[in-house]
Design a binder for this molecule. Sequence first.
Ligand SMILES: [Zn+2]
Length: 153
Amino acid sequence: MSETLDLFKAALGLGEPWRVTRSDFDVAQGRLDLYLDFPRGARFACAVAGCDQGSCPVHDTEAKTWRHLDFFQYKAFLHARVPRTRCPEHGVHLVEVPWARPESGFTLLFEALLIEFATAMPVARVAAMTREHDTRIWRVLEHHVAVQGRARR
Ligand SMILES: [Zn+2]
């Protein structure tokens, strides 16, 4: 079983200290749930831009869930308790995870898929294809359009 979890870790491109600790495949519900975690004592970089504290202790954690790319016809979700670190300079801040941007309920790969689809078809069709609410898709598209606009200026 742990070999399967290692395979999921490799497929997700997870770096240290993250690992996949559990996978639940529910055929009836049509979904795959992967649970990510880090070992006790792990340290994380401070999330404040420009801070060079690369090894802050964990203060506490927040449970989060992200929609990930489908595995065939099955919806896939990642779950993790995301650490909040205590930086000697900046205090307590939520860590940035490598698979999603802050405040998003989708992984970066899922967002990339939404953007790719949305350049080729109407958002209503993207919503139907991905079985996702169009308001959530619009939120992602609007974020990336805003970022591109800032980059162009
Ligand atoms: Zn800091």
